[in-house]
Design a protein around this ligand. Structure first.
Ligand code: IMP
Length: 431
């Protein structure tokens, strides 16, 4: 791929595709200087094993494990300072140095206030949100009464804002701060003010920084959180998150020109999953098949939420979705995860078309009524029993696995560039 510019890494399905491992690979193989998060907040979650320690990342960009890489949290994100400092502390405990030489927090990101968390807990059930205050924080931002990360430089005003916000929220929702947030008001204030003081030196103008990096020919990786079908504009509304998760969100969420994005790497999981409510046309009903595909709770590659621990819904690979993701994001290449988890099935299915009321649809639609009732047309493929976890070259894959991958490629209309065959970093086939 061309030197310089921006490569965006985007989830193509319902999230949890395993974007982090491709980001790791691209940082090394494509000389990435900056990793920048452009959307979402602590609703995202992935677990990384670093030098034997398991670390949970939520808002922190994935470049924090690579020496010499700058990490940027862009203006399009929503930030919970206490949670972000907890992530920083986990990284420090694991031996990483986290300071302004490797982390820049935009001065224009939206702050998640305690009332946002409380409101999300009260109202988020219908959508099955992560309860992190994401939707209400974006509502405050779009409603133009939110507060931004530049406030962290002024801890006294920040504390007053939090106290007023909490007081208002308790008047509406009752209960105690302890019941909502798991700590007393004073504990919450101390933690928040201390977090503000820790984060303030990292706060800066992210757009100015990123545009200067682009101008000097550096290569930036824009790290997407959640995924295409959870996009506020193009997903399965209202069962979506509250941000722009597609490549269209990169420019506005980072303060860079869209023309700087010259590569869009889509990530798709072969054991497709969804957490929370909403349509999922290829969902496999609970039962032996779903259990097998989901895997064991507590294992690195079991299908359970990274932020919430919830059991994920599971389904057959859906090429209608991937085609949609390719079109809407302008995908240039595809990374597939969990091919190893498909060993041991007599046959595998791929969704190739939807019909609604007897008529074949042109492609994917975000219309939830149609999705709930559509009929899915599948192609069936012979499975394989081989253990793929040690395979590193495409040609070593069993013929049935190659036929399956090549059909996905054909249906998506874009090349498959990398294939994950296990949870470890090096368990990857590069084509
Ligand atoms: P929210 O982002 O917490 O508001 O949740 C909105 C919807 O997005 C819910 O269905 C969540 O389960 C889903 N969601 C949010 N973040 C993630 C993620 O990182 N992976 C998968 N689903 C997510």
């Amino acid at each position: 791929m061309a030197d310089g510019g921006v490569v965006a890494v985007i989830g193509t399905q319902f999230g949890d595709e395993g974007k982090g491992r491709f980001i790791d690979n691209l940082i090394e193989s494509e000389s990435i200087s900056v990793v920048a998060r452009f959307n979402g907040g602590p609703n995202a979650g992935h677990r990384i094993v670093y030098q034997g320690k398991s670390i949970s990342l939520h808002l922190m960009p994935s470049g924090v494990f690579s020496d010499g890489v700058m990490n940027v949290i862009g203006n399009g994100t929503v930030v919970n300072p206490i949670k972000l400092v907890a992530e920083i502390d986990e990284l420090i405990a694991a031996g990483r140095t986290i300071d302004k030489n490797c982390l820049l927090l935009s001065n224009a990101a939206a702050l998640i206030l305690p009332s946002h968390i409380i409101e999300d807990i009260v109202t988020g059930g219908k959508v099955g949100t992560t309860g992190q205050g994401i939707g209400p924080a974006y509502m405050a931002k779009v409603g133009r009464h939110g507060v931004r990360t530049n406030l962290l430089a002024n801890p006294a005003i920040y504390e007053k804002t939090l106290r007023d916000d909490l007081e208002q929220s308790l008047k509406i929702h009752g209960k105690t701060v302890e019941q909502w947030l798991g700590m007393s008001t004073e504990e919450y204030m101390v933690a928040s003010v201390s977090a503000a003081k820790r984060l303030a030196p990292l706060v800066n103008d992210a757009g100015v920084y990123l545009r200067a990096q682009i101008a000097s020919g550096k290569k930036i990786l824009a790290e997407g959180a959640q995924a295409t079908l959870l996009d506020i504009n193009h997903g399965t509304y209202p069962f979506v998150t509250s941000s722009s998760t597609t490549s269209a969100g990169v420019a506005s969420g980072l303060g860079i020109p869209p023309t700087a994005i010259n590569d869009v790497f889509g990530v798709a999981k072969l054991t497709m999953s969804r957490v929370g409510e909403g349509p999922f046309p290829t969902e496999i009903d609970q039962g032996e098949l779903a259990d097998k595909m989901r895997g064991q709770k507590g294992t690195v590659d079991g299908e359970y939420g990274g932020t919430t621990g919830r059991s994920r819904r599971i389904g057959w690979f859906d090429a209608v979705v991937i085609k949609y993701a390719a079109e809407i994001n302008g995908l240039t290449r595809l990374g597939l995860t969990k091919l190893d988890r498909l060993s041991g099935y007599p046959e595998l299915k791929i969704a190739v078309a939807y019909s609604y009321k007897g008529k074949r649809l042109d492609g994917f639609t975000g219309d939830i009524e149609v999705l709930a009732e559509c009929e899915v047309e599948y192609e069936t493929f012979a499975g394989w029993d081989d253990d793929l976890s040690g395979i590193r070259t495409y040609d070593e894959l069993p013929q049935n696995a190659r036929t399956y991958i090549e059909r996905i490629e054909e249906l998506a209309g874009i090349p498959v560039a990398m294939i994950g065959v296990g949870p470890e970093r090096e368990q990857m086939i590069i084509r």
